[in-house]
Design a protein around this ligand. Sequence first.
Ligand code: NAP
Ligand code: MG
Length: 402
Amino acid sequence: MAKIQMTTPLVEMDGDEMTRILWKEIKEQLICPFVDLKTEYYDLGLPHRDETADQVTVDAANAIKKYGVGVKCATITPNAQRVEEYHLHEMWKSPNGTIRAMLDGTVFRAPVLVDGVNPNVKTWKAPITLARHAYGDVYKNSEIRVDGPALAEICVTYPDGRVERRPIHEFKGAGVIQGVHNTDESIRSFARACFTYALSLGQDIWFSTKDTISKVYDHRFKDIFAEVYETEYKEKFEAAGIEYFYTLIDDAVARVIRSEGGFIWACKNYDGDVMSDMVATAFGSLAMMTSVLVSPDGKYEYEAAHGTVTRHYYRHLKGEETSTNPVATIFAWSGALRKRGEMDGLADLCAFADKLEAATVGTIESGVMTKDLIGLSTLPNKQGVNTMAFLNAIATRLSDRM
Ligand code: NAP
Ligand code: MG
């Protein structure tokens, strides 16, 4: 059988620990036998980030800007313990943070659904994709511990000397205050990324804030979304037969639980942080959660939502068997290959991505799964296998489909 050809390289970003091991196996067993894989390779493993003073992360982000599609392995975000463990020159920043900032992107997370691993919410039949605004609010705040009676105010000083000032609270005793911000520009990029992604999936999009209480701050989000929708997306949505729906966050939470899924839920930074963990857990497992970063001008970076699975890696290093779930990483590859296929008009590459996903899901539905899924699965014939046996089972199934 002739291998499927590619015309433009994927930006491939290798990573760390257990996921780096999965990465190599996925390529060797599931992709390279069938696709004449073209990638531009960037080693984002921590040792190489350290050697290049993190330049490799910047180069990789620039490559995504150039080619349009990247696929990334999970990477270590260094802390003090990692600086010691890897003898790092510096505590390098999170690669995901760097890439997100350079692409000005929004992260969309969606679970992979399989029969026999049922969502905890009985009505959910299709994935709910969570879109989290990844700039500002409480994540870029300024806080003060007030240690006694005091007048707290917010104050904005313009370059022309104009000053706007409002009281926050007149403290009779000790307390706390916090200042947060966002920018029209970032909110607008978030809105565009959400609407663009909804069109690419052909799904409705919901957006929710607390605008009834936060009449200026959250209301600004609501207004910008409405304005971007009306001026740039309304006609395209109507043509695609999909809807934009705004509602108060309280109402959204209730509707999400009652829904059947199959839509995108856009949230402000904090809401998205918390709700994505809830949605992922309610659907089953973090190991089944995919993630894609989309820039407002339509560049895509695919990855798994989980980390490098350090605990499994240390067991692997000791020669012990591990049962690490590769599903989210496989779907990062299939997502990236499909998007490359769509952009380059390569129908067979898109079809391969579909087959790879079907072989992966089919393997689990046949009862063969990694051990993290055993407790969640309702299949009577379920069998927990190690990582390599699971990948082998997918490879066999995929060969049959090809
Ligand atoms: P983690 O790697 O997601 O793993 C946490 C735990 O979740 C694991 O110990 C494992 O539980 C379970 N788990 C996660 N993925 C799994 C999979 N594919 N198969 C089976 N079980 C899975 O999070 P972490 O341990 O907090 O972080 C480890 C490193 O990853 C850190 O250095 C962090 O900086 C990095 N990280 C990177 C990214 C990214 O690149 N996007 C995201 C998050 C974290 P059991 O041990 O109970 O089996
Ligand atoms: Mg969180």
